[in-house]
Design a protein around this ligand. Sequence first.
Ligand SMILES: NC(=O)c1ccc[n+]([C@@H]2O[C@H](COP(=O)([O-])OP(=O)(O)OC[C@H]3O[C@@H](n4cnc5c(N)ncnc54)[C@H](O)[C@@H]3O)[C@@H](O)[C@H]2O)c1
Length: 252
Amino acid sequence: MSSMKGKSIIVTGGGSGIGQAAAQLLGEVGCNVTVADLNAAGGAVTVAAIEKAGGRAQFVQTDVSSESSVQNMVNSAVATYGRLDGACNAAGVSQRGKLLHEVTLEEWDRCHGINLRGLFLCNKYQIAAMLKTGGGAIVNIASTAAVVGFPNGAEYCASKAGVMGLVRGAAIDYATKGIRVNAVLPGGTLTPMLQSAMEQDKGLEAALAAVHPMCRFGQPNEIGAAVRWLLSDEASFVTGAAFPVDGGHSAI
Ligand SMILES: NC(=O)c1ccc[n+]([C@@H]2O[C@H](COP(=O)([O-])OP(=O)(O)OC[C@H]3O[C@@H](n4cnc5c(N)ncnc54)[C@H](O)[C@@H]3O)[C@@H](O)[C@H]2O)c1
């Protein structure tokens, strides 16, 4: 991981859960991390943890569903650290826990506005910045929901399947331009998002537990470790991949 030292990396959703774990793991190997999140308090916790461990980080309050906010996020990373070498796009929202005919258009639009449209905006401006300095790597956080149906989560499954399409298309477009684009597909991972989804949908915990062959949920660090590897030069021949980190969920 010595190749990661000094790399400028954006982590969206870096104020909580998977993004927070990824940001801290990247900070540990010497990356200059731009922690981007709507949640300023969570972002400050992440920056403090990275700095306490001897790393460099800044927080940029960002709404990934807003084009101007995403532009500001990328501009801030470049202004502070001189360039952009990588990104982990983990900002996202969960399912509403409803049958599809009960999902309102507003709920559908919010889910897709953050999980898919927001991810498009992030990739668009991150790639533009990376092209100026010869390349980079992006890891987009999808979900096993991209490849496996979730009960009461059709709008979420659709948003994550869309992420997979974006990753494959972008991966081939930039394969000869030095930019790798991959997806990590986490299984159920113990973060505030999963905890609140399980509170809203009382059947979710049992349904999810039953489909994880390891009979447990993942920890955020287990997802962050895969993100860090995919962003590193150790993954130099990996692009367009859908990388499950899911205790075997998608193998069923
Ligand atoms: N936890 C799981 O079981 C699980 C499983 C598969 C995939 N995922 C995916 O992993 C990613 C991270 O989820 P998590 O579990 O760490 O959730 P989390 O709720 O702990 O963290 C998500 C972060 O995204 C931020 N965010 C939400 N909307 C935003 C916006 N518009 N702009 C900027 N930031 C925004 C939140 O403030 C929060 O800090 C999500 O894309 C989620 O869909 C999670």
